[in-house]
Design a protein around this ligand. Structure first.
Ligand SMILES: [Zn+2]
Length: 108
């Protein structure tokens, strides 16, 4: 599933994960916004990950509206490329490799 951000109805600030109170105006009314794509702003390789973890890269993403996210990936996407972040069942965000689809119930 696609990650959901919260859009403050008072000042249009975006937050991920969604908050109970807006960090900018203190408002408490929000709408949900799906994060459908984001630009790759940075990639780091994980040298010491948890045992069994298949995601070897941390990817900094900039989504529309200036929202910044941190995702995991099995590969290193090119800087500046557009990717589709996906939420895992455990709340982590990953970028699926088009050539090696992610399992749906990953516990990575
Ligand atoms: Zn606000």
């Amino acid at each position: 599933m696609k990650p959901q951000a919260s859009l403050c109805l008072g000042c249009s600030a975006l937050d991920f994960p969604p908050r109970l109170r807006c960090h900018r105006c203190g408002g408490m009314q929000f709408a949900s916004r799906l994060i459908t794509s984001a630009e790759v702003a940075g990639v780091s390789r994980v040298h010491r990950g948890p045992p069994g973890c298949v995601h070897e890269h941390l990817v900094e993403l900039w989504a529309d509206g200036g929202l910044r996210l941190l995702a995991v990936a099995r590969f290193a996407p090119p800087l500046g490329s557009r990717v589709q972040p996906v939420s895992a069942d455990n709340g982590a965000i990953f970028i699926s490799d088009p050539e090696a689809p992610e399992p749906r119930n990953s516990n990575d």
